[in-house]
Ligand binder design. Structure first.
Ligand code: NDP
Length: 270
């Protein structure tokens, strides 16, 4: 029971990574508020936790808007009073689109749902935490915020923004007892990535642990960052990606051998 009697908000808690974090935190003793733009999903996730004996409250809110975030903190106040121990800033949307074709509307939509929402939720949570002895904030970024890749202009920029916001928050909020870290997941099998088989294979070739991540991989790291074991950790961006970022654009041994033999024998006829 690493989160016994703790209070936690998980944004985007209705499905995928957020739902698994909510489930895990409740199993460790926390009372979790699951906020999602899709109220039915948030309710189903909260019911599942309650049925298992945990404490969960659903909340429907569009966190890309100040009014939605205000609504979420009102629900949190009703549930938790003036106290908030943990925020998992996880809500977000995926987006792919070539730089030259990216529309203003898409750019704005991705920024609002991923970065503005993370800022508004983090600021709201930090204000409550600063007034009541501190807390933990875990922002969910992405490997797409760490490295360049195709079609990720809007999405990658929001995630890089989340990583940088994490460092700045850690500096400003440390003296107030608030630790702020980020998790940068690699490809996780939640459906948000919706890849075809060919794209899947190409990803797997570049992940040293040779599998996609599961939501529970992210939930385990979030639990660590929210627990007492991470008491001296702040301002970090933790990659949870099976080695994807470390590997970069790796060649397989076969490809390398081909490259080497090309170099050794430039006159070969095949
Ligand atoms: P999911 O789409 O499965 O879950 C995200 C949830 O957040 C959805 O229910 C979504 O609703 C909700 N949401 C989106 N925007 C808002 C909003 N403005 N207000 C409230 N709720 C909102 O995604 P994942 O679980 O896969 O991803 C969770 C986080 O992890 C995201 O921030 C994502 O960018 C990040 N991540 C995921 C990776 C992956 O491979 N899965 C890799 C790297 C990072 P709706 O479906 O209606 O949009």
């Amino acid at each position: 029971m690493r989160l016994e009697s703790k209070t936690a908000i998980v944004t985007g808690g209705g499905r995928g990574i957020g739902r698994e974090i909510g489930r895990r935190f409740a199993a460790e003793g926390a009372h979790v508020l699951l906020a999602d733009i899709d109220g039915a999903r948030a309710e189903a996730a909260a019911e599942e936790i309650s049925a298992g004996g945990g404490r969960a409250t659903p909340c429907t809110a569009d966190l890309g808007l100040p009014e939605g975030v205000g609504q979420m903190f009102e629900t949190a106040r009703d549930c938790f009073g003036d106290r908030l121990d943990i925020l998992i800033n996880n809500a977000g949307i995926a987006h792919h689109g070539a730089f030259l074709e990216l529309s203003f509307e898409d750019w704005e939509r991705v920024l609002r749902n991923n970065l503005t929402s993370a800022f508004l939720c983090a600021q709201g949570a930090a204000r409550v935490m600063a007034a009541h002895g501190g807390g933990r904030i875990v922002n969910i970024g992405s490997i797409s915020g760490q490295r360049g890749s195709y079609g990720r202009t809007a999405y990658g920029v929001t995630k890089a923004g989340i990583h940088q916001m994490t460092r700045i928050m850690a500096v400003e909020l440390g003296p107030r007892g608030i630790a702020v870290n980020a998790i940068a997941p690699g490809p996780i099998d939640t459906g948000i990535t919706s890849m075809g088989p060919d794209q899947e294979r190409r990803y797997l070739e570049r992940i040293p642990l040779e599998r996609f991540g599961h939501a529970r991989d992210i939930a385990g790291t979030a639990l660590f960052l929210a627990s007492d074991e991470a008491a001296y950790l702040t301002g970090s961006v933790v990659n949870v990606d099976g080695g994807f970022d470390a590997a970069g654009l790796i060649f397989s041994y076969t490809e390398l051998t081909t490259v080497k033999s090309d170099v050794r024998d430039p006159t070969r006829s095949d």
